[in-house]
Design a protein around this ligand. Structure first.
Ligand SMILES: NC(=O)c1ccc[n+]([C@@H]2O[C@H](COP(=O)([O-])OP(=O)(O)OC[C@H]3O[C@@H](n4cnc5c(N)ncnc54)[C@H](O)[C@@H]3O)[C@@H](O)[C@H]2O)c1
Length: 324
């Protein structure tokens, strides 16, 4: 099968690598020319993974082109902030025959809407569309560790194409029809990872960590239900699966950023120390916007907002949410 992956970052590269095991012909698109050259000339993407050697069936291109409409599957793995522009640029190259899989996590920053709305707005309501999300550290995928992902789609054809592209003896997928719920879980867990990191940085233990995470699950269920999603989604791979992984691991940039805040660093210093984008920050205000639209409270997300943007004290905010 011909597959396009948009984004030669950590996750795009890892998913291209995972799918290459099934002998598909894969082209990765990115705007960073040095990555394109490295992939094509050296079979590496050293800026992203210094030790990974990519197989011959992966190559790269710097501009969108006609190859895209020949692809059975187009996977989009750019940051949520880059997504509107990427979809604008892609729209002229796709047809209703392409299956499109969103792998990005987040909200639309300006409106607080979930990402599928941007796809439908930019590419049309009739696209063959799915969302892939789960507990997936890119570094573990390239290490060949076992991984799994929920694929949310209303279309049997989309699920079939995505399954044939991704599934192998080390990667499996599960079906869902809850596009909205899967999207919300993937975005909010990054914010929860920040507060979980703050909690750890303050030196609290496991007892209260799992009070906090239980409250996080309740908070996410509430938002998913209000937005018309299915509460069961939250107990699946894209829900608690991804939440528990992201909110308990130092592999997560969001968790690590929060940990530095809990240890007393300023937002600027914590960001500097993490050294790369903390995607959860982009989801704080949109999540609150969405919650406000539905007239519901999100105390954990609000606490992150108060600590990061209102410079409120971390400890009292964490205690407030624990005892709330
Ligand atoms: N890193 C992970 O383990 C992981 C796991 C699951 C999901 N995700 C999600 O996948 C998305 C990407 O994450 P990442 O860690 O790979 O980010 P990243 O920043 O490492 O990579 C994003 C890539 O998109 C490229 N890009 C930006 N604008 C583009 C454009 N107009 N055309 C083509 N390429 C463009 C960038 O150059 C970059 O290489 C995020 O939404 C993230 O939440 C990441």
């Amino acid at each position: 099968m011909k597959i396009a992956v948009i984004g030669a970052g950590k996750f795009g590269t890892a998913m291209a690598f995972a799918m290459s095991k099934n002998n598909h012909e894969i082209i990765i698109y990115d705007i960073v020319q040095s990555r394109i050259n490295d992939i094509n000339q050296n079979h590496r993407n050293s800026e992203v993974f210094s030790d990974l050697v990519l197989p011959d069936n992966i190559s790269a291109r710097a501009t969108f082109d006609e190859y895209l409409n020949k692809c059975s599957l187009v996977c989009v793995a750019v940051s949520s902030s880059a997504l509107p522009l990427v979809l604008d640029q892609l729209s002229g190259f796709l047809t209703v025959e392409n299956v499109i899989l969103n792998l990005s996590k987040g909200f639309q920053k300006s409106t607080g809407s979930t990402l599928e709305k941007i796809y439908f707005e930019k590419l049309g309501k009739d696209i063959l569309f799915g969302v892939g999300s789960g507990p997936n550290f890119a570094t573990e995928i390239i290490a060949g560790d076992i991984s799994a992902m929920t694929i949310a789609t209303h279309s049997d054809r989309v699920f079939d194409v995505v399954s044939r592209a991704i599934c192998s003896d080390i990667f499996f997928v599960q079906r869902s029809t809850d596009i909205v719920g899967v999207g919300i879980c993937g975005a909010v867990k990054n914010v929860i990872a920040i507060i979980a990191g703050i909690h750890s940085g303050l030196g609290f233990g496991y007892n209260s960590k799992f009070v906090l995470l239980t409250k996080a699950v309740q908070e996410i269920v509430c938002l998913v239900k209000a937005a018309g999603g299915q509460p069961e989604t939250v107990i699946g791979l894209a829900g608690v699966g991804d939440l528990l992984m992201t909110a308990t691991s130092e592999n997560s940039r969001n968790f690590t950023f929060g940990k530095y805040l809990g240890q007393g660093l300023s937002t600027e210093l914590a960001l500097q120390k993490v050294g790369s984008t903390v995607e959860g920050l982009d989801s704080v205000e949109p999540a609150l916007m969405l919650a406000k639209n539905f007239n519901i409270q999100m105390p954990l997300v609000q606490a992150v907002f108060d600590i990061v943007y209102n410079q409120q004290e971390a400890r009292s905010n964490v205690l407030k949410v624990l005892f709330n």
